[in-house]
Design a protein around this ligand. Structure first.
Ligand SMILES: [Fe+2]
Length: 125
């Protein structure tokens, strides 16, 4: 369960994190009278190098960075590291560096969210 499932409203841009989704076939989580769509990772037509998180492991900690601009109109809004029983998220502002530090857990997944280019993910070895 180290997946992060995020749904987005294509009308207003609202984002929700799914802890447990509805299993009914006919309904889904709605916003602006439309069904919210699950974001697919690494699928935007944009530079992988500027969006996929990179990491280094040192002394039991993982140092994550995303080589992306941090401008007011275009930035990485947050970075999350998700493992089976833990999720650590750092929320970012423009002008900050797109970086975070957390405990290293092998097999976790690192997600980064760009306000223009969506959700990106890298698996941690
Ligand atoms: Fe971007």
């Amino acid at each position: 369960m180290n997946e992060l499932i995020i749904k987005k409203c294509n009308k207003c841009g609202a984002l929700v994190k799914i802890l447990k989704d509805c299993t009914c076939a006919e309904c889904g989580i709605k916003c602006c009278n439309e069904e919210m769509k699950e974001l697919k990772v690494n699928s935007a037509d944009a530079s992988f190098e500027k969006h996929i998180p990179t990491y280094e492991i040192k002394d039991g900690m993982i140092y994550v960075s995303v080589n992306h601009v941090m401008e007011e109109e275009h930035l990485i809004n947050w970075i999350s590291i998700v493992s089976d029983n833990q999720e650590v998220t750092t929320y970012l502002e423009h002008g900050e560096e797109a970086k975070m530090i957390a405990k290293y857990i092998p097999g976790s997944k690192i997600y980064s969210y760009c306000n223009k280019h969506g959700l990106w993910m890298k698996e941690v070895k």
